[in-house]
Design a protein around this ligand. Structure first.
Ligand code: SF4
Ligand code: SF4
Length: 158
């Protein structure tokens, strides 16, 4: 009998809606404003969060109705996950799509939604809301930690 957890046995396309939702680790990194260089297409993260991001829990404060307030919020799907260049390397959807395993701090592995924050993976404590800055100054907030938070040795070990 196969008793491996679903993320080790199923592709993104095979997951149920509940399994799909649970794959989000709650890091909040995808809810940071990003800058795309017009000529190269390179993407840069900023520490400026979407106005709907609860910067403590790192969850969307109006998930069900978010498009009423943020019409360009991107819904992740099994079709677009392989295409989206800005998903951080630690994102559960990106990891599974790339045939990799979830890290120890993922709530599905640890059983605790706080471990993503305790391991220093999430956006908690590192952001400012887009409502608090002049959006013309967005370039001043470019950061690289959303791309590197999973690289430290101590966050890779259980
Ligand atoms: S980056 Fe991925 S895992 Fe993190 S909040 Fe966004 S969808 Fe969830
Ligand atoms: S609307 Fe919600 S889910 Fe979409 S980017 Fe903003 S905080 Fe994230």
């Amino acid at each position: 009998m196969n008793d491996l957890p679903f993320w080790k046995t199923k592709t993104l396309a095979e997951m149920t809606a509940a399994e799909w939702e649970s794959l989000c680790d709650g890091c909040g990194l995808c809810c940071l404003n990003k800058i795309e260089e017009w000529d190269s297409g390179d993407i840069y993260f900023t520490s400026v969060s979407c106005k709907l991001l609860d910067r403590q829990s790192c969850r969307c404060s109006s998930y069900e109705n978010r498009w009423d307030f943020v019409p360009d919020c991107v819904q992740l799907t099994k079709e677009n996950v392989p295409e989206i260049a800005w998903l951080p390397p630690t994102c559960g959807y990106r990891l599974i799509n790339e045939g990799r395993d979830l890290y120890w701090w993922h709530p599905l592995v640890s059983g605790d939604p706080e471990t993503v924050h305790a391991a220093g993976i999430s956006a908690r404590g590192r952001t400012i809301s887009e409502t608090e800055i002049d959006i013309e100054d967005l370039e001043d907030y470019v950061v690289d930690w959303p791309l590197t938070v999973g690289e430290a040795k101590d966050v890779k070990e259980a």
